[in-house]
Design a binder for this molecule. Sequence first.
Ligand SMILES: *[C@@H]1O[C@H](CO)[C@@H](O)[C@H](O)[C@H]1NC(C)=O
Ligand SMILES: *[C@@H]1O[C@H](CO)[C@@H](O)[C@H](O)[C@H]1NC(C)=O
Ligand SMILES: *[C@@H]1O[C@H](CO)[C@@H](O)[C@H](O)[C@H]1NC(C)=O
Length: 411
Amino acid sequence: MFNSANSWVKTLSLFCSILVVSGEAVPQTIQLQSRNIPKGEVLRRRALSPTALPLADFFLGTDLQWFGNISVGTPPQVLTVVFDTGSSTLEFASTLCGGSCAQVEFDPNKSSTFVDGGRTSSITFATGVGVDPVIGSNYKLTLRSGRDTVSVGGLSATGVSLFLITNQTVKFNIDPFSGIQGEMLNSWLFRQHLIYAIFIVGMGATAQGIFAALISQGLPSLFSLYVTPQAVGNAELNVGGIDNSKFTGTPVFASLPSGSGSAWQLQSPGISVNGKTTSVLQTSRTIIFDSGTSNVLFSTATANAIYALISPNIKPNPAEAGTYGIACNLIPTLPAKIDIAFVSQSGTPFNLTIPSSELSVGPFANNSSLCQTLINAFDGLELVGGSLLKHYYSIWDVGGKRMGFAPAVGV
Ligand SMILES: *[C@@H]1O[C@H](CO)[C@@H](O)[C@H](O)[C@H]1NC(C)=O
Ligand SMILES: *[C@@H]1O[C@H](CO)[C@@H](O)[C@H](O)[C@H]1NC(C)=O
Ligand SMILES: *[C@@H]1O[C@H](CO)[C@@H](O)[C@H](O)[C@H]1NC(C)=O
């Protein structure tokens, strides 16, 4: 990704945002060795039991992100974070904000296990929350490094590398959570909708932090997501296991391409729309899966090719670079079924489908009769998020370097 010396890309809920990290230190992630699960080996429970954590939906006219509680420090302080497969670090509001971070703030002075890392950095987002245009540096976080004990769903890891938010711009104040858990992931993409405070739980594809702890405690290093539409509810993160009651059929697994690092991504041989395709769409592409982004991000050529198969009335909205829109009253009549092809570990093609119901993400703030459509153009990146993931139970197998999907129940 854009993880050059001092920058990487983050995506926010509806848009993609260029994230620039400045200052002395770039957030560091600890890369630990993960244990590979041989192909065909059945994932089994070992010493610890998997644990399910209920998730809440951050909904602003459309499903944006799913967040839940984690605890940090000794004694534990409960914080609400977004579980983000697009990022790999953990960051949250702290008392170093002096009350200005709006959400629940973690107080490192009240934790006997907190260790100050002494490094400061800052992050500036190029896009913001919802459909508001970003102006200058109005989405900026200032961070300080540290380590502490972190528990997710009752599973604990000590000495987890994290970042305290020490200041944030007011744009973050609408976030209903304090941070982002990006350690789920795979790395450089963060999508965080900074709602209240920021607690980002990064959940990249490299075993680190909480996942490294799971491995050492005998659980499979995987997690599963049931991120449902608001109307369905009961969203859940399962750490270390798979909840068979949340899907139908048998999950199909696809291997992460070699060299994926911590990115959750799969190779796709082609895309079709309403059963049709074009030469542009039949190009092989690597697609990132980011639970922290609701919209789809495709290159301009791909976005244009898909929209051309849906309606000539879907056009770029010049008021918001990268977005597209269509008159809201035209939406209900439009079929917009997007099938993205992948290949399973056994070599069988399968599709992951975004149904027509996802086409609109709601009216633009400055034009209530113009509805934003689900794909944003972003050259250099191909990424799917919540609008696809909420239709599947997804299994993120860190140790097995693969992802699994099965139709979600109730959706
Ligand atoms: C987080 O915990 C608080 C109580 O500490 C509870 O009210 C809230 O519903 C929890 N949030 C989620 C998403 O489970
Ligand atoms: C922690 O306590 C020290 C010493 O009393 C104080 O200087 C510092 O501001 C406190 N930090 C926070 C985050 O409250
Ligand atoms: C915190 O950020 C706000 C908004 O960018 C800025 O006005 C303020 O000076 C910052 N406060 C500190 C202590 O840096």
